[in-house]
Design a protein around this ligand. Structure first.
Ligand code: GLC
Length: 425
């Protein structure tokens, strides 16, 4: 038996990848647009290297703003203009119904790969039978907590939002008295953008207040439990959360947390690996658990997030772009991303992968959380989702800022959404 070494192993790997991804006639240079959060841009070069080597093509990442709302606005303009200089778009899980017409149907190309993914995630990217984008990772947030601080004060991770507020305040006051002047109890995403829709949906749903617009299209947001949820969140601003939280997105919250200045944080799994990085002040000091509930007996709610790769209909390099999409959504890239970025894979078998479990224990631990996560109402509201979400996050942001009570703002929101719905979504 011969043992293959170095070049021979690489040649064999390349041959195998060529069989999977196909050999293009001439080397292509592709452009991939994606939001820049965490270490995603930094890792991208490493992530795509095996595909570049196997195919001879190259890919340039065009980094976009971190906010999914800003990305959506920009992409919609480019796509409406039929921009041909961008070949692939990294797309949020909520965008499929709104952007479907601009992307290539990947059903045929992904016929062997799609069955390896969780069916519900493939389903979320399928619009009228067209596979609009291929999932590259899924998302469901965690409550990050400082184990060392909870231990020091004999506290457990909170089960209810009221308990969270109480523990956060107690530890914040005690630590400040010991000179930790910059410590805050709880950081999250309160900016007026899609991320606030995610946070507020979690409060509302876990208080038993529904999911804004129900799967059957009914507008449910104007109810007592939703009012109670928003009033609770308002009480955090300026007490356990800085006033500045009303301008925070994911990265601002992570900044406060990772410098050791928060007891609790709501964030997505990408913050887990970075929090345990060598340059992190909280390395090894924190745990993760599910988000709290309104009252005992209620169910915790995590908003379902996630990202996909779509091939532009206007790309002039579609064959190479489809090959890259298959690679990025495939097991090799998803494993690399899981280990390097602590992103949750969408390929079922990777939840039993020992390397992933060892590098990022949150991943196997989070399988049930994302499988039970609450979707935003993008499926029932179709092309109007972005407006629904914008109206919701505005009503929430006003409430948190003290512009009108939760009851007043949700009543107005209901009127607005009813108008927007008209005779049907
Ligand atoms: C995360 C989620 C995405 C969501 C966004 C909101 O990136 O994966 O689905 O829209 O956060 O900020």
């Amino acid at each position: 038996m011969t043992i293959m070494k170095g070049r021979a192993v690489r040649a064999t790997a390349t041959a195998a990848m060529l069989a999977v991804f196909g050999a293009p006639l001439a080397a292509e240079e592709l452009f991939y647009v994606s939001g820049a959060v965490g270490n995603a841009v930094e890792n991208f070069k490493t992530l795509v290297k095996p595909w570049e080597e196997a195919t001879g093509n190259t890919v340039t990442l065009v980094p976009m703003p971190a906010s999914t709302t800003d990305q959506f606005g920009q992409y919609r303009l480019w796509l409406a203009a039929g921009a041909s200089d961008i070949d692939l778009y990294q797309t949020d899980v909520i965008w499929a119904p709104q952007l479907a017409d601009h992307f290539v149907d990947l059903t045929e190309a992904a016929k062997d790969l799609a069955p390896q993914h969780f069916p519900s995630i493939i389903e979320s990217q399928t619009v009228n039978g067209k596979l609009v984008a291929l999932p590259i990772f899924t998302d469901a947030p965690a409550l990050y907590y400082r184990k060392d601080l909870l231990d020091k004060y004999g506290k457990s991770p909170p089960k209810t939002w009221a308990e969270l507020a109480e523990t956060a305040k107690m530890i914040q006051d005690a630590e400040r008295a010991e000179g930790k002047a910059d410590l805050w109890g709880f950081v999250w995403q309160g900016n007026a953008y899609e991320g606030l829709t995610c946070n507020a949906l979690e409060w509302v749903k876990s208080f038993g207040g529904g999911q804004i617009v129900e799967p059957d299209g009914t507008i449910s947001i104007n109810n007592e439990n939703a009012v109670a949820a928003l009033e609770a969140a308002k009480s955090w601003v300026g007490t356990i959360s800085p006033d500045g939280v009303l301008a925070y997105q994911e990265e601002e919250a992570r900044g406060v947390w990772q410098t050791g200045n928060a007891v609790f944080m709501r964030n997505w799994p990408y913050a887990y690996g970075l929090g345990n990085g060598d340059d992190s002040a909280v390395k090894g000091l924190f745990g993760v658990t599910t988000l709290p509930v309104g009252k005992e007996g209620d169910t915790s709610a995590a908003t379902l997030g996630g990202w996909n790769v779509a091939v532009s209909k206007y790309s002039t390099k579609q064959e190479a772009a489809i090959s890259l999409a298959l690679y990025l959504a495939g097991p090799e890239a998803q494993k690399q991303r899981a280990i390097a970025e602590s992103n949750l894979p969408t390929i079922i078998s990777l939840y039993d992968d020992a390397d992933i479990a060892a590098a990022q224990p949150i991943i196997p631990q989070w399988k049930d959380v994302f499988l039970n996560a609450v979707p935003r109402p993008s499926a029932p509201t179709l092309g109007k989702y972005n407006e629904v979400s914008a109206k919701f996050w505005s009503a929430v942001h006003s409430t948190l800022s003290g512009e009108g009570s939760a009851a007043e703002n949700l009543e107005l929101l209901e009127v607005d959404l009813t108008d927007l719905k008209g005779s049907g979504w």
